[in-house]
Design a protein around this ligand. Structure first.
Ligand code: HEM
Length: 160
């Protein structure tokens, strides 16, 4: 794909991501445990778009550093973007990976590990997290956020 096509696709995916990302943030702000079905549904719907965005930007990265003439002529992204990108990529992979892992391993021994991963993700909102912990969220949280998973022993395996 040439630089112009790559640019158009990256921009189009960015526009498509906007509404679902805002919806996902809204589920968090309104109470992630109350809106857990929506949170997981929108989260899963976001995954292909996020992967596509990582792919288009990753393609530009690879082509630029493998010295493709067209991509080198097109120039690198702005310096701030180049500095931020590695951090954002890691944060995105940790955030989405831990979200999926949370749903899959709820109630299992590995949950402790995945909870730890989520706690260090830089995109977590601190105010909301404090209120979650302070209000004893374990009693309000569905046992298994992914409806196709059998109920786990969440209360007995929680780490607080
Ligand atoms: C923009 C993306 C996302 C943001 C900002 C976000 C944010 C959050 C936050 C703040 C929590 C509360 C964590 C806690 O109180 O311990 C949470 C929980 C959760 N999220 Fe996400 N999330 C995102 C994407 C996803 C995705 C893609 C999935 C999976 C498909 C997912 C699944 C979950 C699950 C299962 C929980 C419950 C964890 C628990 O049991 O405490 N999230 N999310």
């Amino acid at each position: 794909m040439n630089p112009d096509g790559n640019k158009r696709l990256t921009a189009a995916v960015g526009v498509l991501l906007l509404a679902p990302v805002l919806l996902e943030i809204a589920t968090v702000l309104l109470g992630v445990h109350t809106f857990m079905s929506w949170h997981v549904f929108v989260g899963i719907a976001l995954i292909p778009l996020v992967v596509l965005k990582l792919a288009t930007t990753g393609w530009r990265f690879v082509r630029y550093y493998t010295r493709s003439r067209a991509f080198v002529a097109h120039g690198p992204p702005q310096p701030a973007m180049r500095l931020l990108a590695p951090l954002l990529v890691v944060a995105t992979v940790v955030l989405f990976g831990s979200g999926v892992a949370m749903g899959l391993f709820q109630g299992h021994a590995s949950r402790t590990t995945t909870t730890g991963t989520r706690r260090v993700s830089p995109l977590r909102g601190t105010g909301r997290l404090r209120s979650c912990s302070a209000s004893g969220r374990s009693s309000r949280r569905p046992a298994t956020p992914f409806p196709w998973r059998p109920s786990g022993r969440v209360a007995s395996t929680r780490r607080e």
